[in-house]
Design a protein around this ligand. Sequence first.
Ligand SMILES: Cc1cc2nc3c(=O)[nH]c(=O)nc-3n(C[C@H](O)[C@H](O)[C@H](O)COP(=O)(O)O)c2cc1C
Ligand code: SF4
Length: 678
Amino acid sequence: MSNDPLLQPYQLKHLTLKNRLMITSHEPAYPEDGMPKDRYRAYHVERARAGVALTMTAGSASVARDSPPVFNNILAWKDEVVGWMKALADECHDHGCAVMIQLTHLGRRTRWDKADWLPVVSPSHEREPSHKAFPKKAEDWDIARIIEDYADAAERMKAAGLDGIELQAYGHLMDQFWSPLTNDLDGDYGGSLDNRLRFTFETLKAIRARCGDDFIVGVRYTGDEELAGGLTREDGLEISRRLKDSGMVDFLNVVKGHIDTDAGLTDLIPVQGMRSAPHLDFAGEIRAATQFPTFHAAKIQDVATARHAIASGKLDMVGMTRAHMADPHIVAKIMRGEEDRIRPCVGANYCLDRIYQGGMALCLHNPATGRELEQPHVATRAETKRRVVIVGAGPAGMEAARVSAERGHEVIVHEAANDPGGQVRLTAQTSRRAEMIQLIQWRFEECKRMAVEFRFNSFADKEIVLAENPDVVIIATGGLPHTEVLAEGGALVVSTWDILSGDAKPGENVLIYDDAGDYAALQAAERIAATGARVEIMTRDRSFAPEVMAMSLTPSMRELQKRDVTFTVTWKLDAVRRDGNSLLAVIGSDYGGVSRERHVDQVVVNHGTRPLDDVYFDLRPESSNLGEVDYEALIAGHPQKMTRNENGNYQLFRIGDAVAARNTHAAVYDALRLCKGL
Ligand SMILES: Cc1cc2nc3c(=O)[nH]c(=O)nc-3n(C[C@H](O)[C@H](O)[C@H](O)COP(=O)(O)O)c2cc1C
Ligand code: SF4
């Protein structure tokens, strides 16, 4: 047996967890009609099959009608959930993976205009900045009703054959009772700590009465709100002891901080560029103080840190949640001695940000995650070996090369630069976003292992490509910044790429006109402001950086506000003119009737990219499919078989930004779904 601390079993009451790695509760927003159906099950089963010991399903599964989901959570208040959870649990159990679920009442962390339009309820009228609903103050009948709702939901999960549950108590109703900031009830449920914990212990009692002592029940809670007037570290320790001493709780799952604002949420769940494992020591302190089973997750992305968390006795079970989204096969790879092949989570937080934006969790780096029913995490071998020539080694080209090589094809990649990476390489130049380069490095290592041939410094034109005698050509040449958006003065502006690459020296008084709303404008602003320059970001949109979602924005805002960068919304740049030594920016508005002028010394335009597609159009006439993609086949997961030119002897495809400016996820998804059928 291995002596790897991570691979040692852990005994939690009567339940043997086969190793120390768990997936903490996270709602990927995959439910259909509030139920964890086939897609949901496939997502968890993929990870169970690969060896994770415990999967804490859902994330904020709702126990009551007046806790309507804000991002498509499981509706644990419905009886029909039992059948779906049973199917999921049974299949995960078949792979030796324990299954639990997180139950909650969101309290004020939701909205009244969702689902049944019931008023939001909380122990005070204080609204949560993030969701903005003004709650009703809980009455005695609300409290009694919700306690029963928790017990009903727990009973359903026991009936579904789950190994246990955890109750969510950070930012939700349970700890809204705990915190002096969100509880101004009089009487039995407000005031002293005893009273503020009463709701929790009455809920636990009701759950135990229904589910018995054998069912595992844990609490995931904040041990320190890190908010003036909120729960302190001492309160957290006291609550931890009381949870243990109650005899009704089997494990503590510790987090640190608060989630009522985007910035708070980002500190609790750190993203790219933030410290690794920032709350691990704190969780370790709680374990040391309580000597009780302690679980924890927060940016423990790599196996070495996870191993340290267990070996040093800070944790009993270590959560690697986003890490398992990026690579579901972590445990299998550890067991096979292939740790260096784990696809690293780069902390881009596309997964989590998307659910708040109303979408479903998708991984920027792994397009098969959440698409287990259609897309493979490991591509199958093709029946016929083909010669695949790829032009461009950005994310799309690298994914195309990796998947084609996994299929067993002979793969040749031409790249004009002397390194792979494309736009990602530029992004990773901002030190806060340096982790992004792993997205390329991982693919590069995989490709090298599978003997993909790379031809760097090769600006491939039609002749060079055809000289390779390809069966398939994939154009992944990306795009170039497009700045021709002004009525006048296009030649006087620079692009965000010019700033990020260092081709343009930052000015001293700079206007950034952001007409794309993505990260590039913020990164350029950061780079310019760091020189001490005055920077204004202007957009014609109603809000700035609409494509940069909440948590990803947090570290950027911290930098930009520190440097007094200003944001101007609903104004647009119409023209730029030279005026002596400076530039005159002519500013208008989509709303009409106004015009302003401003002197600056540099104008930066961010307006996405235009495809770099010459080689594609040169190769098109001689290809068998004339570049056409059969979308029906692509979506159905079938190979591309279209013939438009009987004389053509190679298939030609275009992917990523070489088609149209999109994002990294779109680029790698284009590549995977095309190449898995080649
Ligand atoms: C898509 C997504 C949804 C999440 N939803 C929940 C949730 O509903 N409840 C919860 O306690 N944590 C939730 N989390 C937080 C995770 O459980 C975990 O604490 C966090 O991702 C940090 O761990 P990691 O760095 O290993 O990913 C969510 C995380 C993700 C990525
Ligand atoms: S989107 Fe980014 S943070 Fe989320 S799992 Fe993928 S790599 Fe990790």
